[in-house]
Structures are given as C-alpha cells and as structure tokens.
Design a protein around this ligand. Structure first.
Ligand SMILES: NC(=O)c1ccc[n+]([C@@H]2O[C@H](COP(=O)([O-])OP(=O)(O)OC[C@H]3O[C@@H](n4cnc5c(N)ncnc54)[C@H](OP(=O)(O)O)[C@@H]3O)[C@@H](O)[C@H]2O)c1
Length: 242
C-alpha cells in the first residue's frame, strides 16, 4: 500500500528571483513540498538544486493563454495543493508612459494574476479548503508615478477582497491573504526616492510568518502600516508634492 505524504504542499508563482526566491527557501526549510514557477527555467533548476526538500518546477508565462492549464498540470503533478502564492509581477516608472510598458504591466499583473487566482480558487473550491495568497503592493492604495502598476495592484487587492467575500458567503474554508509590501531591495525596486527599504530576506521572512498565521492582510515591512495610513488620508494637493 502506498502511504500518502502528510507534508504540506505549496506553489510559488514567480520564484526565480526577488521575494519569491527567498520565500521558497523559507517554505522548503519548513518542510513544505514546493512547486516553483517563472519564465527563466535555468533559475528554477538552480533553485531546485539549492533547496533541501522536494521541489517541482514549471516554467511558463502567466500572461500566456495556457497559463491556467500549466498551473493545473503542476497541481496534478504534485498530487494536490494546500497553498498557492501568486507573487509574479512587473512594474516600471517611466514618465513618458510608453504603451509597451503599460501593456506588459497589465498583461502580467492583471491578466496573468487573474488566470492564476481564478485557477487556484476554483481548485480550492472543489477541494473545499486551501490558502490563496496575492502580493499586490502598498501602491494598491493610491494612484502614483507608475499609473499602470498602481492600478494593476489595486485590481489585485480588490480581486482578493472579492474572493474573500465569496468565500464568506459560501461558508467554505478557503483562506485569502493580501500582502502589501512597501519598498523591498530587489531588481524591481530601482531608482531614487526609496526609503524604509527592507531586504529581500527580511521581506520574505515577514511574508512567511503572515502566511503561516493565515493573516487576511499584512504590510511588509510592518512599519509601512504608517505610510498606508498617510496614503489613505492625505489630501491630493499634499500627495502630489510627496
Ligand atoms: N520590490 C518591491 O519593492 C515590491 C514592492 C511591492 C510589491 N512588490 C511585488 O512583489 C512581487 C515580487 O517582486 P520582486 O520585487 O521580488 O521582483 P522580481 O525579483 O522581479 O521577481 C518577480 C518574479 O515574478 C516573475 N514574473 C514576472 N513576470 C512574469 C510572467 N509574465 N510570467 C511568469 N512569471 C513572471 C519573475 O520570474 P521570471 O522573470 O523568471 O518570469 C520573478 O520570479 C511582485 O508582484 C511585485 O509587484 C515588490
């Protein structure tokens, strides 16, 4: 008789670099069987070699039409799933607003995110339980110098809230977590004007803890709660000078 593994299973969508890469290390060290994704296959293979525990890799672009099927195939390969973290995201600050940059931001952060969240949620609905995590940003709270990025992150946060609302009405046991980081020291956070920048490892550690505690929402690092409060109340004439 084949004994079913009791180890918890998690998928991190977007684990080739940055926060996702360090989150993979925390979950692997905690004994999770991991599924990791991203477009850069060689980085997935490299990370798999580094991780001590069982790890499955799947390379795909979240904005491709087949992305949902790729996620389903990874869940099947791993024999089910407990936790899905949608971390993949992209952003640019470019005052000239080239359309290509806005489009790739929307394709990844809105279309790609929805393909992943929709697939993951429908899977958990069928299973009756599960934990879905999205990583928007503090940028979700207000429009900013990267209009498409901020708007896309507002979408992510709002979509997660919608899923939580459906879950409450259906009385299912699906947990939805909305992680809103401030500035984190990764390839994405470039340029001047950055402050209270958390290291990649510190951010991943705090996100790991928030997920383990099944929090509904967390600011990363914690002191960004203060900036969130300011963003919500500061009038436009002051906001535009910040
Ligand atoms: N860094 C910050 O200050 C900050 C602040 C707030 C929120 N965030 C959010 O945190 C998340 C992680 O960002 P990060 O700073 O760690 O950046 P990062 O190092 O650039 O990591 C982004 C991850 O997303 C994956 N990804 C991007 N586009 C993808 C696509 N089309 N298909 C599949 N995977 C894709 C990348 O993998 P491949 O390139 O291999 O595909 C990579 O693994 C993002 O959602 C970001 O918006 C970051």
């Amino acid at each position: 008789m084949v004994k079913e593994s009791k180890a918890k299973k998690a998928i991190i969508i977007g684990a080739t670099s940055g926060i996702g890469l360090d989150m993979a290390k925390f979950f692997s060290m905690d004994g999770y069987v991991l599924g990791i994704t991203g477009r850069r296959k060689h980085l997935l293979e490299q990370l798999k070699e580094e991780l001590a525990g069982e790890c499955h890799i799947k390379s795909f672009d979240v904005s491709d039409d087949s992305a949902g099927e790729e996620l389903e195939a990874l869940i099947d390969e791993m024999g089910g799933m407990d936790l899905i973290i949608i971390n993949a995201g992209i952003g640019f600050v470019d005052k000239k607003l080239p359309w290509e940059k806005d489009k790739i931001t929307i394709d990844t952060n809105v279309l790609g995110f929805t393909a992943m969240a929709n697939t993951a949620y429908r899977y958990f609905l069928k299973k009756g339980t599960g934990h879905l995590v999205g990583i928007p940003s503090i940028a979700a709270l207000r429009g900013g110098p990267a209009p498409a990025y901020n708007a896309s992150k507002a979408y992510v946060s709002n979509y997660l809230q919608g899923l939580r609302s459906i879950t409450a009405r259906n009385k299912t046991k699906i947990v939805i977590t909305d992680i809103q980081p401030g500035f984190i020291d990764t390839a994405m956070a470039q340029g001047g004007g950055l402050f209270w920048v958390a290291s990649q490892q510190e951010a991943a550690s705090q996100i790991f803890t928030a997920i383990k505690k099944k929090r509904k929402h967390a600011y990363i690092s914690k002191r960004w709660r203060l900036i969130a409060w300011v963003l919500k109340i500061v009038p436009d004439f002051l906001y535009h000078k910040m």
